[in-house]
Ligand binder design. Structure first.
Ligand SMILES: [Zn+2]
Length: 344
């Protein structure tokens, strides 16, 4: 097995000159990677530029940050050829590692745009080294820039940043220094979501659990699915009573708090997404809370429900005729009933 520490540089549509293609908002123009063996020792390098097929002028951000110009790419091979070489170089069953969660999704969007399929037929397990670094060296939540992390670990800055291979090189240096036990925290790229129940992902990590569910035609189908919105304790499997029922303040993230007599208060968070195929799907995380955290969740739920009430009130004020029409309808219905009664 090889770890493939990967970094991509991409270009994007330049509104004034070239319209953006929603199927591929970011076109990969460079693949850089470092190969490591199972003991995280470096065994190889990959670095290739790619001739663009979609966006032919360089977006000012790409030009300024990455320092790649149009003429640098003119004589390079197009994506399909470079990608094939890259996969051959990766070898059997590569485990991808990236700084942050974005590269594998964008790589697969590029693959699909060129009719090259995807890296996996379901969510793809990988290591987000930025997240692993946050777990091992930070407070779990803060995501540092690559250069800040390099500074924190005292890694020598022998080459510049922001070109694909250089960033892959530094990411690999950091990856090699992380303690073995942090590798239990793998991430999943959801460019391809589970097709059915059997492909769904259910993992228990050290301090939380994660479920990635199959897709549905509509968001409402997700929210009415018992399995997704159920609150089973992830440690003992018992179906728990919710002390704070599901609430949301933005219509995308839903929260609840349930109580397990053995394991305590468990927060569930359901995040809703839309897949590239247009399906609605959910990712649920569960974790146990301290008493202070439970109190904070109760407050948040109250606030969200107040906001919901206020928005409903505002909507009524802004569309008063809808309401009065409703009232008229009710009155006429009532009159109709009276008439019917009289006829009888
Ligand atoms: Zn339990």
């Amino acid at each position: 097995m090889n770890y493939i520490v990967l970094d991509l540089e991409w270009n994007q549509g330049n509104a004034a000159k070239e319209a953006q293609d929603p199927a591929m908002p970011f076109e990969v123009i460079e693949i850089g990677a470092v190969k490591m063996d199972s003991r995280r020792r470096k065994t190889g390098d990959f670095s290739r530029l790619i001739r663009p097929s979609c966006y032919h002028t360089m977006h000012f951000i790409t030009g300024k940050l990455v320092h790649i110009k149009e003429e640098d790419l003119r004589d390079e091979a197009a994506f399909p050829e470079v990608f094939r070489d890259f996969m051959e170089w990766c070898g059997e069953g590569p485990v991808f590692c990236t700084w942050g969660p974005l590269d594998l999704t964008e790589l697969q969007r590029n693959m699909r745009w060129h009719s090259l399929g995807a890296l996996s037929d379901r969510p793809l397990a990988f290591y987000d080294v930025q997240k692993l670094f946050a777990i091992a060296c930070q407070n779990r939540r803060d995501r540092l820039s690559l250069e800040n992390a390099v500074d924190m670990l005292g890694i020598e800055k022998s080459i510049p940043f922001h070109r694909a291979h250089d960033d892959a090189f530094y990411t690999a240096e950091i990856f090699a220094k992380l303690p073995e036990q942090v590798l239990a925290n793998q991430s999943y790229d959801c460019f391809v979501i589970p097709r059915d129940r059997s492909e769904e992902i259910h993992v228990v990590f050290d301090t939380y659990a994660k479920d990635i569910y199959r897709g549905f035609p509509e968001k409402q189908d997700v929210l009415s699915d018992q399995g997704i919105m159920g609150t089973k304790c992830y440690l003992c499997g018992k179906e728990l009573e919710r002390k704070v029922d599901w609430f949301t303040s933005n219509g995308r993230h839903y929260y609840s708090v349930a109580y397990c007599p053995v394991h305590g208060f468990m927060k569930s968070k359901v995040r809703l997404f839309k897949s590239d195929d247009g399906l609605a799907y959910a990712v649920k995380t569960k974790k146990f809370l301290t008493d202070t955290e439970v109190a904070a969740m109760v407050k948040r739920a109250d606030k969200a429900r107040q906001k919901e009430k206020y928005l409903a009130y505002q909507a009524k004020r802004q569309h008063p005729q809808m309401q009065s029409q409703g009232r008229i309808q009710m009155q006429s219905q009532a009159q109709g009933q009276v008439q019917v009664q009289e006829q009888v």
